[in-house]
Design a protein around this ligand. Structure first.
Ligand code: ZN
Ligand code: ZN
Ligand code: ZN
Length: 140
């Protein structure tokens, strides 16, 4: 659980004015690894009556400054999560379950890729999601 005080700091550090809407949206991202989309936030904030367009806009602006990370779940809508610690995901292509993992062997891979590349010198970031079947869906 992230505290209100920390959320206000995140906004301040990134140059945002602290508004109830921004705080409420950020608060929905209370878990370290739980990619969610605008619809999910919209439903969560039903009482606060936050406009869905505002949610889309806020998510984009949070992503632009690096508060949020876009996670490519290969679903119809864009999923985001807090960009706190470095990790990746396995996604079940049947039920959509998502699990995070922290094993990241990317340095080995980028070394090889750069050695073989005529056009690139440096890799600055990466994203990696794996797709498969969860244990429940395998026995179906
Ligand atoms: Zn995650
Ligand atoms: Zn599954
Ligand atoms: Zn990685």
């Amino acid at each position: 659980m992230v505290h209100n005080h920390d959320l206000e700091n995140i906004l301040k550090i990134n140059g945002f004015k602290i508004t109830p809407t921004r705080l409420a949206i950020l608060k929905v991202f209370s878990h370290d690894c739980e990619p969610i989309n605008a619809e999910f936030i919209f439903k969560k904030l039903k009482k606060e009556k936050v406009n869905i367009v505002t949610i889309y806009r806020t998510l984009t602006s949070f992503e632009n400054v690096g508060i949020l990370k876009h996670v490519d779940l290969q679903k119809d809508s864009a999923y985001y999560e807090l960009s706190g610690h470095h990790h990746h995901h396995i996604i079940c292509t049947d039920c959509g379950m998502v699990e995070g993992f922290e094993v990241c062997d990317i340095d080995n891979l980028t070394d090889k890729v750069l050695k073989n590349s005529n056009k690139f010198n440096i890799i600055t970031k990466h994203s990696l999601e794996l797709f498969g079947l969860c244990k429940k869906c395998v026995i179906k």
